[in-house]
Design a protein around this ligand. Structure first.
Ligand code: SF4
Ligand code: SF4
Length: 449
């Protein structure tokens, strides 16, 4: 986190023009100044000037999706990401430091109280999220009972009832959003090296991710095939853990730093030209390692900067490399959804579109509100299910309006969120990752799954 003087300098760039307000999904939802980027910057300034972090302020910070649409809209170049990152650290620290009384477990107490509705139940849910999602093995173990529930239809019965939401809104949201199972063949781990086909043009590392590797292993398999077909030796280190994205984007700085160091060391050992990432949130976090560890000693600051410089989103990397593998026709009309951590955080919008438009027969159409978050936003759809659900419904309506039978996106969270929202509307629209579409075209096969 930046020190206070640096944060003040960042906040000073805001000229209060309000251009960011229409772009902000939470301002669109509630039309509340304090749920806008400008309002949150005002709150950050107040805290920097010594004001207490109140429950109300913490709630406005918690409601921010971290989608960074405000940064794209801002003509003054305000680095809002640094401000919300600091606000999340303050909020998270206050949460963990608050006494039982201050946490509202009994009357009385003073100082920080967690956001309204925060309770022992929600804190347990938060703890469960952060002790499960960044750990692929634990996440995989959890899928066994989930699959059983899906096979017996128990998941649908539970999701329709309000019982899980009464136990915890997080549990209710998790059951609704749970993806369908993966086959045993799909779940098989990828080899640690996939050799380049034809002339080798690069040696790349590949991040397999937590949610991606457990729920979408076919996306990772497609990514490795595409990279190999384009002439890359693909190194896939075994035993990969979390890159730290969920922790970093939730104010859990120490945890994020530990995940970052482990990931840096792992890919350094792999000796690769670039680290290719197919999940927008993970790629964005890895490009932030430089900032996260800039004050770390023992050489970590330099190593983090070096690693951030090597990280490439899959579409970004393929665009830089240029195509080598021939594309076969894929006659389909597809809409493309910009994941916020790709478009706003990494400013990558042209490359995936160019790659998709280069596929013969594929007709790409735009989603009307392309710059607006779908409500997934890391674990936002678990922690703020009502707001996320409304944003998901709006996004599904926009996707439906394109008339395309296929939606392409590049983030597992967006895929889950939009697929669920489309199914809720009874829409039979397939959702695929950019890698899967490229893979189908290169192999001359129809899109599967
Ligand atoms: S963040 Fe940027 S767009 Fe928003 S009010 Fe401040 S200067 Fe204007
Ligand atoms: S990050 Fe997204 S939700 Fe948060 S203030 Fe900016 S536009 Fe609004």
């Amino acid at each position: 986190m930046q020190d206070e003087n640096a944060l003040r300098e960042v906040a000073k760039d805001c000229v209060h023009c309000g251009f960011c307000l229409p772009a902000c999904p939470t301002y669109q939802l509630w039309a509340e100044e304090m749920d806008s980027p400008r309002g949150r910057i005002y709150l950050v300034n107040q805290i920097l000037d010594g004001a207490e972090l109140t429950a109300a302020a913490a709630e406005h910070f918690d409601r921010c999706l971290g989608c960074m649409a405000c940064m794209t809209a801002c003509p003054s170049g305000v680095q809002y990401d640094q401000l919300i990152e600091a606000a999340r650290v303050w909020t998270e620290e206050a949460r963990s430091e608050a006494s039982p009384q201050e946490r509202g477990e009994s009357e009385g107490g003073s100082g920080f109280r967690p956001p309204r509705g925060s309770s022992a139940r929600d804190r347990i849910a938060r703890a469960a999220i952060f002790s499960l999602f960044p750990y692929p093995r634990r996440l995989r173990a959890m899928t066994a009972p989930l699959r059983l529930a899906q096979r017996t239809g128990l998941d649908r019965r539970l999701a329709r009832s309000d019982l899980p939401a009464r136990v915890s809104p997080v549990l209710g949201a998790a059951l609704r959003l749970a993806p369908p199972g993966v086959s045993a063949a799909e779940a098989r781990p990828l080899p640690s090296r996939v050799p380049a086909l034809g002339t080798r043009r690069a040696v790349v590392g590949m991040l397999t991710g937590c949610v991606q590797s457990v729920f979408f292993p076919r996306v990772n398999a497609a990514t490795a095939r595409v990279l190999a077909a384009e002439g890359c030796d693909v190194i896939i280190p075994r035993g990969q853990g979390c890159c730290g994205a969920l922790s970093l984007h939730s104010g859990r700085e120490a945890e994020a730093s530990a995940f970052a160091r482990r990931t840096i060391a792992m890919f350094e050992q792999a000796g690769v030209d670039a680290v290719v990432v197919n999940s927008a949130g993970c790629g964005s976090a890895m490009k932030e390692y430089e900032r996260l560890l800039r004050d770390a000693d023992g050489g970590w600051a330099e190593r983090a900067a070096e690693m951030s410089g090597r990280v490439r989103d899959l579409a970004e990397f393929l665009a830089e490399l240029g195509p080598a593998a021939p594309r076969h026709p894929l006659p389909v009309t597809a809409a493309y959804h910009d994941a916020c951590h790709l478009s706003h955080a990494q400013r990558i919008t042209r490359q995936p579109r160019d790659l998709l438009r280069a596929i013969p027969g594929l007709s790409l159409v735009e989603v009307p509100d392309a710059g607006t978050c779908c409500g997934s936003a890391g674990v936002y759809n678990l922690l703020q299910p009502a707001a996320a659900s409304e944003l998901g419904a709006r996004k599904a309506e926009s996707v439906q309006s394109t008339g395309a039978p296929l939606l392409i996106t590049a983030n597992p969270g967006c895929s889950l969120q939009i697929a669920f929202a489309l199914a809720e509307r009874g829409q039979d629209i397939a959702v695929a990752h950019t890698a899967e579409v490229l893979d189908a075209s290169i192999r001359g096969r129809p899109l599967s799954g």
